[in-house]
Every structure is written in C-alpha cells, then in structure tokens.
Design a protein around this ligand. Structure first.
Ligand SMILES: Cc1cc2nc3c(=O)[nH]c(=O)nc-3n(C[C@H](O)[C@H](O)[C@H](O)COP(=O)(O)OP(=O)(O)OC[C@H]3O[C@@H](n4cnc5c(N)ncnc54)[C@H](O)[C@@H]3O)c2cc1C
Length: 452
C-alpha cells in the first residue's frame, strides 16, 4: 500500500501512467495494484464526472475532508465553460475563451482518476472504470451530465463533420466554431434552427443562437433575402409563461417563423435537405431545403447511468429527491446537474444553487442525520436576443419567476447581455468551480431586503 496522492492516473493512455505529484503523509485514500495494472482504491467520497457539478462539489468537500478523501473520476483532460459556446457560434467569443485544463479546475487535495466510470454497484458501494480500476466509496456523488445522441438523427454526424455542409451545432466545442463560419457564409435563403424531442441542457440555447443569427443577418444586410425558422418539439417557446410571452414578441418583431411540436427526423446533406415530423403524428413528415441548419442534438444520460436500473428512473435519469438531491433508494448517493431527474432547467445556474443544498445534506448524511436542506428548483437562462440584448430569465420549480435585478427581467437588457458575456464566465471560473458561489440569493437580498 502506498499513499495515493503520489499518483495521478492517466487511464486514457494505452497503459496506466503514474506521475509524481505532491508527496503526502496522509493515507486516507488507498491504492492497491495487481499484475494487470488495474488498481483498487478506497475513499470517503467518490465523485463521478468532473464537469460543472463534479468540480464544484470536489472543491467543497476537498476543503472539508482530510487530504485524499475525495476521488474524482473524469475522462476529459479539458474542462469547458459550455454557456459561452453560444457566443462562439455568434462570433463574439472563441473556443479558447471557454476552456481550461481539467487539472486546474480540480482542487489539489482531490485525487483525479482520468478514466470513464463503466459500472456503478450501489450495493457493493464501488465503481469500476473503463480500465478496470475498482474504487470503493463510502459516499458517492453522480454528476455525469448528458451525452449527445447524434446517431438518432440519420445524416447529422456526417453533415457536422463535413466542413461545407452548412450544418452545425453550438452544443459541442468541436462544432460551435462551424456555426460562426456558417453564419458568415450565409448569403440569404432558408435558415433553420431546431430543438429536439428529448430533455436538453440549457433549453434556451437553441433559440438564443437563432436570435443571434437573425441579428447578424440584419447587420450584414442578408436578412431581407432570408427566411429564419425555429422548429421546436415543444408546444411553447419557453417553459416559464412570463418569459414565453416576452419571447413571442421577440420572434414577432424579428419575423421568425416558429413551428411548435416539430422535430428534426433526418438530414440528407448531399441535397441540403432536412426532414421534420410532427410530435402529434410522427407519420406526418415534411422535407425542406436549407441554406443553413443549426441542430440541437437529442441528448440522454451517459450509458454508465442509463443502463443501471438501480440508479435511474424510467427516463434514464438519476433518481433523486427533487428537494434534497439524495438518491431515492441509496441514501449514501447524491446527484446534481444535468444527469438527475429533478424537474428544473438543466443549467450551470441550477448547479450553483444545488451545490450548497448537496453540501449541507451530504454533511448531515455523513453524520448519520437526516438531509433537510431543500433545493427550490432555481435555474437561470440568459436569453440572448441580439448582439447586445438579453432577457435574463430566473425561476424556480413550477415556472415561478425568481428575479434578482431591480427591473423587469422579461424586458431585453444590455446589462444582462454583458453579465452573460463577461460576468458569468468570471464567476464560474473564479468562484463557482472553487465552491464559493451559490447563485444570486445574496445579491437578491441586498437589492431587495424585504423580498418581492
Ligand atoms: C450551448 C450551451 C449553452 C449553455 N448555456 C447556458 C447558460 O447560458 N447558462 C447556464 O447556466 N447553463 C448553460 N448551459 C448548461 C450548462 O453548461 C450545463 O447545465 C452544466 O455544465 C452541466 O454540468 P454537469 O456537471 O451536470 O455536466 P457537465 O459539465 O457536462 O459534466 C459532466 C462530466 O461528466 C463526465 N462524464 C461523462 N460520462 C462519464 C463517465 N462514464 N465517467 C466519468 N465521467 C463521465 C464528462 O466528461 C463531463 O466532464 C449551456 C450548455 C451548452 C452546451
């Protein structure tokens, strides 16, 4: 047995590499190695997924528990601030503005195993990774986010990978730069923007890029030669009525065609043709020619979760209590972020609020007490409606608005645009990922101490 903090495991390489890190005299997490180079670990807290939620919780618990008590399993060497992808697609930011090394986003006191979790055994309290490392935990946080199911739309992946296809998505760092190229190359014609028939992260983003594209076409004088269409699987433009009403005025003003309950079925990139179906009658299809197509791909939870019937509900999402974030069957398991079945808007803003609830409740669970802190469903969506305009939607469960600013946030605002572009990324990298940001509650109380 050797102190684990001496090692950083890179399981993405052919073999497992060991690299010397900061030597430690602590022995909280333990490593055993067998002849096949797979390892066995044990730790107090295991976090699966080192994205927005995973890094935030790692920072919080690495500070509170002894060194090496926290292990994070995360395969990616890079950490993206995804909300900026929309502005990359609109030509305002670059992909390089959205990324940092994963190591820099994790606390020094946590151990990072650079690998995929392959199987979670909640009864044995262990996780097996793709490289067959076995990690035994006392407590588990699941934060694996969502994956993109490009293959559910025949022709989509091929079109995305073809530089000249005029098909892109802001949802991936691989393709959001292509959205910006496509906007620049668009010289008029038919531009389509889609919203799929699955839960997605940032449900506002598919229409944000539509508004930003329209704003760019207006600036570059191609708007008068183009039709802009937003096809959404939903029956409404946004899930919160106050903002939906405001957004319907935006689409009217911008003369954007909106087709509800309309879903992208397949793409024939060789003919620049997209086929849509109606939610109410999937046999009803319509083929359209496009000059630009922005696709929001269907999404689902990663297989490590969706295939584990003990952990998920029937939709394949981690089955947690929507208030406490504690797993409905296994009290030593918690979840946060996009992969859980809490009925909030799947956003980084929601995670900021969830992380404090999870911290309080998990600490109680660790002491054998009842989890009592409650997540109110807070989520926020800065709905960019142009190159310097934004409707800053903030709301809690059941679509109830919960605004922070001392003005009606359903109105388009320049201030909200700059908050989205500059302030929120700053807060994310410098406060949230370090475990110090829990949403705008404090600011709301300062601005409006008596409450609205
Ligand atoms: C285009 C776009 C615009 C957005 N705009 C906004 C916005 O304006 N405001 C806002 O608040 N939010 C926005 N979001 C949403 C926000 O980025 C996400 O809700 C948030 O990042 C989710 O965090 P998470 O931790 O749940 O998942 P992620 O941050 O996606 O992290 C999940 C992690 O799990 C890892 N993982 C996956 N499978 C495994 C496995 N088997 N084993 C181990 N690790 C695994 C992944 O590599 C990943 O690092 C936007 C997102 C996009 C894509």
């Amino acid at each position: 047995m050797r102190p684990l903090s001496l090692y950083y495991l890179d399981a993405s390489a052919d073999g497992v590499k060991e690299r010397s890190l900061v030597p430690s005299s602590h022995l909280h997490a333990r490593l055993r190695r067998n002849a096949t180079m797979s390892h066995a670990f044990s730790c107090k807290l295991l976090i699966v997924g080192g994205g927005s939620g995973g890094c935030t919780m790692a920072a919080k618990f690495a500070r509170r528990l002894p060194k090496d008590s926290v292990i994070v399993v995360e395969p990616s060497a890079e950490h993206f601030y995804q909300p900026l992808f929309t502005l990359v697609g609109a030509g305002v930011k670059k992909v390089s503005d959205c990324v940092k090394a994963e190591r820099a986003c994790l606390p020094d006191k946590a151990i990072w195993i650079k690998d995929y979790a392959k199987f979670i055994d909640p009864d044995k309290m262990s996780v097996t990774t793709a490289k067959d490392h076995v990690i035994n935990y006392e407590y588990l946080i699941v934060a694996v986010g969502l994956k993109y199911d490009y293959d559910k739309v025949p022709g989509l992946k091929q079109a995305l990978d073809d530089e000249k296809s005029r098909v892109s998505t802001i949802y991936s760092p691989d393709y959001c730069g292509k959205t910006w190229s496509d906007l620049q190359n668009f010289k008029g014609g038919d531009a389509f923007f889609t919203y799929p028939n699955t839960p997605i992260k940032c449900p506002g983003a598919p229409q944000k890029i539509c508004y930003l594209a329209e704003s760019y076409f207006t600036k570059t004088d191609v708007r008068s030669k183009s039709n802009v269409t937003y096809n959404t699987s939903l029956p409404v433009i946004f899930g919160v009525k106050k903002y939906a009403d405001a957004l319907m005025k935006v689409v009217e003003k911008k003369n954007i065609n909106v087709n509800f309950k309309t879903v992208l079925k397949e793409i024939h990139p060789e003919n620049n043709e997209a086929v849509f179906y109606q939610v109410d009658d999937p046999t009803k299809t319509q083929a359209v020619k496009y000059d630009l197509l922005h696709v929001t791909p269907p999404m689902s939870t990663p297989e490590v979760l969706s295939s584990n019937s003990k952990l998920v509900d029937k939709t394949g999402f981690l089955n947690v209590d929507k208030y406490t974030l504690q797993h409905c069957t296994y009290p030593n398991i918690y979840g946060l972020g996009d992969c859980t079945n809490t009925p909030n808007s799947k956003t980084a803003a929601a995670i900021a609020k969830q992380c404090l609830v999870l911290q309080k409740n998990l600490l109680k669970t660790m002491k054998g007490k009842t989890a009592k802190a409650r997540y109110d469903g807070y989520g926020a969506c800065p709905l960019l409606t142009g190159h310097n305009k934004c409707i800053l939607a903030e709301f809690v469960y059941d679509g109830v608005p919960r605004e922070t600013m001392p003005f009606n946030q359903a109105n388009e605002s320049i201030l909200a645009y700059y908050m989205k572009k500059d302030l929120f990324p700053y807060i994310y990298w410098n406060l949230m990922l370090k475990g110090y940001y829990h949403g705008p509650e404090v600011i709301r109380k300062l601005i409006n101490p008596l409450g609205k």
